[in-house]
Each structure stands twice: as structure tokens, then as C-alpha cells.
Design a protein around this ligand. Structure first.
Ligand code: HEC
Length: 268
């Protein structure tokens, strides 16, 4: 058996005395379990264990290490700052939005026409590539309608009316456009104002058809009808010009009749 050094024994006894237990409680409990097992004194034998385990005074709590103490004593976020901080995500969102390049806003009839065109895209395609309706791309509109007045008339009256009333093609007669795979262009006179019809026609001729407005062949038409300070668009908007009076009012600008009923188109 290992011998326990004297000083350790003494310390152990002193501790036990301080804890209120008998100096040999552990020894008794360990030595006599067989004798007490059957008797009614089994309970005190068990109770000796908690008595031994319970220390008189819990050891004083360890002082916090300096970094915990610093964290505890540090000032917290003041309550009023929480309002500001809670807006941070919104600020972040707006900041990122601000970094995105601004969408180019086109002024005048072309800009307005871009929005109106969504009602045409169903048949003519989002970029004018065609579908149920004809394609507008690669300058084809300038070929069908060498004069913008003819295109305005067709969109206003629709090609069904050309067949029903005139039974002759719209636009440039040489192209013989009337009916496309059995479909006809629906009239827009009840859907759009005359100013809106000009707007969408400008979008078709100068965005979708891909014709350069600065091209010497088209710059005059573009300036008068489709530029941001188009005099025709302004007149249609304020009501001083209509498809019926425009050729008289703007005779000096060489404007041809538009009209509100189908009429033979003009050759280039
Ligand atoms: C329901 C389908 C449909 C919708 C919607 C439609 N179109 Fe058309 N469009 C046609 C068809 C079909 C033709 C061919 C007509 C023909 O040949 O008789 C056509 C022809 C045209 C043409 C003549 C093209 C050429 O070169 O001959 C123009 C211009 C035109 N549409 C403009 C418009 C505009 C502007 C809108 C919207 C405001 C629009 N279309 C909405 C079906 C449609």
C-alpha cells in the first residue's frame, strides 16, 4: 500500500473538519457497506456522500481576465444610434443602386414611343424582328414608307381598312404590301392618340429599323417629326396640328397629307 505523506493527511483532516464531516467518515463508508447493506441504516451511509461533497464556502469567483472586464465596462451602442444603424441596409441598397449606370432616358417622341411599343411587340417582336406582323429591321420601314406620313396613316387606319375600302396596298405601291400570311395590321385610331402614333412610329423608324437620324437622307424628317424638339410632335400634343390639317399648316415644311382614311401611298 502506498504511504500517504504526513502533511497531506493532516491537510485532508483539517479540510474535513472544516467541512463538518467526521474525520473518518469516508473510511467508515468504504469499510462497512456489506454490514449496512441490508439494514435500515443504508440511508445515512448514502447521505454521507453529499455531506462530504458539499464544501463549506464556495471558492471566491475568479476575477475576470482583463479583456472580459474591458468588454463588460465598455460603453454599449447608445439607444438613439440604433435608429441610424437599423437604416444601414437601406443605405447600402441605395448605394449599390447608385453605382449602377443610369438608364438612358430618351426625350421627345422616340422616348415616349419606346413605352407605347410594348402593345405592338406582341406581333412585331420586342426588337421589331417580326412575327405575326412584319419585321421593321434593317431599314425596311423606310422602304415601305419613304414618307413618314404614309406610315402614320397605316398605323391609324390599319391595313384591313386598306383592303376593305381601297383594296390596294399601303405605302410604296411597288412593294405591294397588303396582307401578311393572311393577317392584317389592326387600326390604332381607337387605342392611341395621334401624338402617340407619331411617337411609336418614330421609335420604329429610328430605333427598330436602325436608321441613323444623322444620315443626310433622313436628318430633315427626323428633325421635323421625331427629334426631342419636334415641332410636329409638340403640335399634335397641344392639338394645334391633326392628321387632317397638318399638310395645310406645315405646307412650307413640305409635309404631305396624312389623313384619317386609307389613301394610296406615295412612291419614293
Ligand atoms: C395583332 C397583331 C399586330 C399588332 C398588335 C400590331 N401589328 Fe402592325 N402589323 C401586323 C400585320 C399582320 C402587319 C402586316 C399587314 C399587311 O401586310 O396587311 C402589320 C404591319 C405593320 C406595319 C407595316 C410594315 C411594313 O413594312 O409593311 C407597321 C408600320 C405596323 N404594323 C406598325 C404597328 C404598330 C405601331 C403597332 C402598335 C401600335 C402594331 N403594328 C401592332 C400585325 C400587328
Amino acid at each position: 500500500m502506498t504511504e500517504i505523506p504526513e502533511h497531506l493527511l493532516k491537510r485532508s483532516q483539517a479540510r474535513r473538519a472544516a467541512a463538518g464531516g467526521e474525520p473518518d467518515a469516508a473510511a467508515t463508508a468504504g469499510a462497512v457497506p456489506a454490514t449496512v447493506a441490508g439494514s435500515t441504516t443504508a440511508v445515512p451511509a448514502k447521505a454521507a456522500a453529499p455531506a462530504k461533497a458539499a464544501p463549506a464556502a464556495p471558492p471566491p469567483p475568479k476575477p475576470d481576465p482583463p479583456y472580459i472586464a474591458a468588454a463588460k465596462s465598455r460603453k454599449k451602442i447608445p439607444f438613439w444610434a440604433m435608429a441610424t444603424l437599423s437604416l444601414l441596409p437601406i443605405w447600402g441598397f441605395m448605394y449599390v443602386q447608385g453605382l449602377k449606370p443610369e438608364k438612358k432616358v430618351v426625350a421627345g417622341p422616340i422616348g415616349a414611343g419606346q413605352k407605347i411599343y410594348s402593345s405592338c411587340a406582341l406581333c412585331h417582336g420586342g426588337t421589331g424582328g417580326g412575327g405575326v406582323g412584319r419585321s421593321f429591321q434593317e431599314g425596311s420601314l423606310q422602304k415601305t414608307f419613304p414618307h413618314i406620313e404614309d406610315q402614320l396613316n397605316l398605323v391609324y387606319t390599319g391595313s384591313q381598312a386598306y383592303r376593305d375600302i381601297l383594296n390596294m396596298p399601303y405605302g410604296n405601291p411597288a412593294l405591294n404590301h397588303l396582307g401578311y400570311n393572311g393577317s392584317f395590321m389592326p387600326a390604332q385610331k381607337t387605342n392611341l392618340t395621334q401624338a402617340q402614333i407619331l411617337a411609336v412610329v418614330c421609335h420604329e423608324r429610328y430605333d427598330l429599323a436602325g436608321v441613323d437620324p444623322e444620315d443626310p437622307k433622313w436628318v430633315k424628317e427626323y428633325t421635323l417629326w421625331c427629334s426631342p424638339d419636334s415641332k410636329v410632335y409638340a403640335g399634335l400634343q397641344d392639338g394645334s396640328l391633326t392628321f387632317d390639317n397638318i399638310s395645310t399648316k406645315l405646307k412650307s415644311d413640305g409635309v404631305l397629307p396624312i389623313g384619317t382614311v386609307p389613301r394610296p401611298g406615295t412612291a419614293p
